[in-house]
Design a protein around this ligand. Structure first.
Ligand code: GDP
Ligand code: MG
Length: 180
């Protein structure tokens, strides 16, 4: 193909503080993981180029800088989002229960034209901890929740061990493209 179409996709990552949103993005974009907890990062977003079905795609992935604790992310954060990634920690029940709030909050703030069909992706992160023995949310329970919200694709990930991170973000791009 001589001329590839270039597409910019805005992706926002939501979920409780501490679930690993920033770590997942760092692992995906920079191939780095840090144990250290950093509530803030320097930039509003990071970008990653990829090719999907011969299309040149730029994923612009927006992170929160700790504001998720107060749920005051501002309108610019949500504006024009093409995909919303919902993240919880499989070892923390509350982070799973709060997905309802994040899902609702996204639809309220971003106000997409077709809320029923808006592309979400859900990630159950930190599956590496204690070899999975400390997880409190089962894969089945997570998948039931995803089914109840219109079949949201679900991935279990470890930002620490770089498990499923690439696949999850490729799915983000594909799901967003499919909705265009
Ligand atoms: P955020 O507040 O959602 O952005 O969460 P962070 O990315 O800052 O991660 C919070 C803490 O969890 C940090 O100490 C990370 O090192 C750790 N963390 C993130 N992802 C994983 C993971 O997949 N496995 C393990 N074991 N720790 C993780
Ligand atoms: Mg963070």
């Amino acid at each position: 193909m001589s001329s590839r179409r270039r597409t910019l996709l805005k992706v926002i990552v939501l979920g409780d503080s501490g679930v690993g949103k920033t770590s997942l993005m760092n692992q995906y974009v920079h191939k780095k993981f840090s144990q250290q907890y950093k509530a803030t990062i320097g930039a509003d977003f990071v970008t990653k180029e990829l090719i999907i079905d011969d299309r040149h795609v730029t994923l612009q992935v927006w992170d929160t800088a700790g504001q998720e604790r107060f749920q005051s992310l501002g309108v610019a954060f949500y504006r024009g989002a093409d995909c919303c990634v919902l993240v919880y920690d499989v070892n923390v029940t509350r982070s799973f229960d709060n997905l309802n709030n994040w899902h609702e909050e996204f639809l309220k703030q971003a106000n997409p034209t077709d809320p029923e069909r808006f592309p979400f992706i859900m990630l159950g992160n930190k599956i590496d901890i204690d070899g999975g023995n400390s997880r409190v949310v089962s894969e089945k329970k997570a998948m039931e929740w995803c089914a109840s919200k219109g079949n949201i694709p679900y991935f279990e990930t470890s930002a620490k061990e770089d498990y499923n991170v690439d696949d999850a973000f490729v799915s983000v791009a594909k799901t967003a493209l499919a909705n265009e």
